[in-house]
Design a protein. Sequence first.
Length: 184
Amino acid sequence: MRTLQRQIIWHRRAQWTLAALMSAALIAFYCFGYRPQTQRLGVLQGTIAARRAELEENQRRAAKRNEIAARNEKLKAELERLKKPSKQQELPELIKELEHGKAQASLRRYEQKLGVPVRSDLFCEQPIALSFEGDFTSIFEFLRSAEDLPRLTRIRSLKLKVKDDRTGQVQANLSMNVYFSASE
């Protein structure tokens, strides 16, 4: 019977020992396995959230950048369509085009005076003073034809003065600049 009692005691001790080992294993697993991995997982989730926010911000910026790039391309295309400075050799041709516009608009007392060209690093500015007479629609037609010239021009001043109220005649004094490229 003693052997049976000893076996029971031995089994009881073995159960307690196994329970203690099991508890120690659970505590070791928690301390060295579960808790560090949970903390690392929390850090990784925080990093993921930060990177996700950064990604969304970058996507928003990229969309804006794409919008700006599209706008830049549109402006570049528009710039290509704009008038470019002429070459200095084209001045006689410009004067002929102005005189052709004068003839089409039926203007009278047409006078033009070329000013002294002003040179800069990028362009040359040629002032032209024009004076002429005609009815208002003729003057408007001439101004429109001057604006439609394939040259880069700028009207500096325009003075209109009624010449005759009954006939609607108008006297105009126009000061304009024509721009030429300076790389000639």
